[in-house]
Design a binder for this molecule. Structure first.
Ligand code: FMN
Length: 219
């Protein structure tokens, strides 16, 4: 199973990048092929309906869409900004949601957050679920928020707090197992039966995305 993993931060010393690296290690040890991407690779302008109509997805969004299409599942570590979703992540979700077929649909997603605050960014993760689920993604029920993240990592990049480290391990393992179970239903269909089931699911989920009219071919 292929997992696309990234931290939704452009910051060089990003705490979320440290957290996603840990989750990627755990996923890899569980047998997943983890593609650990840099958010900077996907830089893109703010969403504009005019640019969308004229030219479709900008190169950064197109690159992300292709990575997403290759993946069966996604792990994201995203900072909380002002009690809510990070702006750069929302912008990415909006651009990519313009492509058809909807690239987010049927993807299993695991959400994490790291913050120096005592809350760890959990409020932002609840907001992050909304657009992803609106786009047909299957967001894992458990989410991992790392509080006091500026002091949480040891010099090897591991978590100092062993109970938190164990919780992260358990959640990532659970996510990988659930995503593996979902791939035959929602992933790249391998049999005629699986293709039929996937079409039925896609048509049911289509209702959720009908507010986003399709534009010109988006690559
Ligand atoms: C504009 C802005 C708003 C922020 N709002 C919050 C917030 O609401 N809750 C929180 O826990 N941290 C907040 N932070 C702190 C970020 O969580 C912190 O900067 C974090 O390290 C950013 O993630 P990164 O290290 O991966 O870049 C905010 C930071 C900025 C710059």
């Amino acid at each position: 199973m292929r997992i696309l993993a990234f931290a939704a931060s452009l910051r060089e010393k990003s705490l979320n990048r440290k957290l996603i690296a840990l989750a990627a290690q755990i996923g890899g040890a569980e047998g997943a092929e983890v593609d650990l991407a840099e958010f900077r690779e996907f830089e893109m302008p703010l969403y504009s309906g005019d640019v969308d109509e004229r030219a479709g997805l900008p190169p950064g969004a197109l690159k992300f869409k292709r990575c997403l299409e290759r993946a069966d599942a996604v792990m994201i570590s995203a900072p909380e900004y002002n009690y809510s979703i990070s702006g750069v992540l929302k912008n990415l979700i909006d651009w990519v949601s313009r492509a058809r077929p909807m690239p987010w649909r049927g993807k299993s997603i695991y959400l994490m957050s790291a913050s120096p605050s005592p809350m760890g960014g959990i409020r932002g993760l609840w907001q992050t679920r909304i657009p992803l689920e609106g786009c047909g993604a299957l967001v894992f029920p458990d989410m991992f928020a790392l509080p006091h993240a500026n002091e949480a990592f040891d010099s090897n990049g591991g978590l100092r707090d062993s109970s938190l480290a164990e919780r992260l391990r358990r959640e990532v393992v659970g996510f990988v197992r659930l995503a593996e179970a979902i791939v035959p239903i929602c992933g790249q269909p391998t049999s005629l039966e699986a293709q039929k089931r996937q079409k039925e699911i896609a048509s049911a989920l289509e209702d959720e995305t009908e507010l986003q009219p399709q534009t010109a071919e988006q690559g």
